[in-house]
Design a protein around this ligand. Structure first.
Ligand SMILES: Nc1ncnc2c1ncn2[C@@H]1O[C@H](COP(=O)(O)OP(=O)(O)O)[C@@H](O)[C@H]1O
Ligand SMILES: [Mg+2]
Length: 252
């Protein structure tokens, strides 16, 4: 059994099939990247996996359970955590406070008025660990809104990680970033995958991010699967080269 099994999902917006009969299997511990030109249906597909869109048809299984009709917040409880293409953090709060909130929500501490000393200590320890992993320790007390784009993204990824997910879903984590930040984000994702053995589904437009990270890649074009394979197989695929060259010409 794969951790995530997507069977023939379709998403229609009126006449347009933004995603058309797409299937995907993600194994435990795998980093699976979904790439494709703009408008290929990546975000739509991602929104179906995380539950923001109900597929027009098809099924989604997570850890053996049919989650097709399970709403996003319940999928989070089952162990799916996602980040957004646009960073979702509390910009006016410090890195530490953002992560503390995420940890408290996960540990069910937000509901109680008086947390015990032991709970406070445990929360602090988890927050420190997350900051360490995310390379955020030196920025702990700064407001997230003042940080570089890359550090904001790291904060958001670590907030998702505070949920202790079995599956981390990342939509274009390097969107809008320069070279160095793109590289730093890739290093963080690699660390989560290699060290924490997280299963990750990563949607990305920037091919440079993918090729050193992914175990397998699914290429979408016009809402359909063009190719699935290892980075080497994808790099050598004529179909993929044609799809990306076509896009470059349009953009030129
Ligand atoms: N909510 C929506 N309503 C109507 N059309 C949409 C909606 N979301 C996306 N689309 C269309 O679906 C197609 C795929 O979009 P999207 O999934 O955002 O692609 P990608 O993330 O690969 O760039 C595009 O043609 C887009 O215009
Ligand atoms: Mg998108």
């Amino acid at each position: 059994m794969s951790l995530l099994e997507v069977h023939n999902v379709t998403q229609r917006f009126g006449e347009l099939a933004a995603v058309n009969q797409v299937s995907l299997n993600v194994e435990e511990g795998e980093l699976h990247a979904i790439i494709g030109p703009n408008g290929a249906g990546k975000t739509t597909f991602f929104n179906m996996i995380s539950g923001f869109y109900r597929p027009t048809s098809g099924r989604i299984l997570f850890a053996g359970q049919d989650v097709t009709d399970v709403p996003p917040h319940s999928r989070v409880h089952l162990g799916m955590a996602r980040t957004f293409q646009i960073t979702e953090v509390f910009p006016e709060l410090s890195v530490r406070d953002n992560l503390r909130i995420a940890v408290e929500v996960t540990e069910g501490l937000r509901m109680t008025l008086h947390n015990t000393r032991a709970q406070v200590a445990k929360t602090q320890e988890l927050v420190d660990e997350l900051m360490e992993t995310g390379g955020l320790t030196e920025n702990a007390e700064r407001n997230v809104g003042e940080l570089s784009h890359g550090d904001q993204r790291s904060t958001e990824i670590m907030m998702a990680l505070a949920l202790k997910p079995k599956l981390l879903l990342l939509d274009e984590p390097a969107a809008g970033m320069g070279n160095k930040e793109t590289f730093d984000t890739a290093v963080l994702i690699r660390r989560l995958h290699r060290t924490q053995k997280l299963t990750i589904v990563l949607v990305e437009h920037d091919m440079r991010v993918i090729f050193n990270l992914a175990d397998r890649i699914t290429v979408l074009t016009e809402g359909q699967v063009l190719e699935v394979g290892t980075p080497d197989e994808i790099a050598n695929s004529e179909k993929v080269q044609v799809a990306y060259l076509g896009e470059k010409r349009e953009g030129a």
